[in-house]
Ligand binder design. Sequence first.
Ligand code: IYR
Length: 222
Amino acid sequence: MDEPDFVPLQFTPFPKEEMGKRALEFFEMLNKRRSMRDFSKQPVAKELIEQAIRSAGTAPSGAHLQPWTFVAISNHELKKKIRTAAEIEEKKSYEQRMPEEWLEVLAPLGTDFVKEHLTDAPWVVVLFRQTMRLRENGEWGPTYYSTESVGIAAGMFISAIHQMGLCTLTHTPSPMKFLGEILKRPNHETAMLVLPVGYPKDGAKVPNIERKDLGEISVFLE
Ligand code: IYR
């Protein structure tokens, strides 16, 4: 094994007074994000999607294996194929597979098996998790904490999209195997999330729901 190579950390400290302001501004920016299903067909430049993927690619990952592949689709035929396959699975899910206790918590979100966003949004980004990696000796080995790693990268992608003034949605058709087949991904990649990206339609609406406040989501032990 080679000795690990270290370089000095690039770290910018901020004055104490500025830290609270930066923290608040970041929260206020993120707190305006909404999962949105009413996409306009207005095109979005490829460079913006590339930039969001670059940001997502800064996520930490298990053993720095970066076990993610972002497949960004603007091709209408492919989006149609994905929508058709997703709706077949989702119809079965909503009508047969999801128990009443699940449907009960989905009801306020107003979702159903019709997935217009998959053809309306100018981009559909499918995020794949790499379950295996090719080792330097040519053998396949596992990746580590890939679900956590890809989850973090997804959060960063969603934040990047929001920060640039676009909308996205974390869509989870289930089961997702059809995505690897349609998009011809290798077997060691498994689809985790579908993220349509674009502008909202005029008059787009979102559910009237609240976020938990700090006291409900944290415990401080001092
Ligand atoms: N996968 C379905 C159902 C669904 C499940 C959850 I949990 C949601 O928060 C929203 C929807 C779909 O994408 O419609």
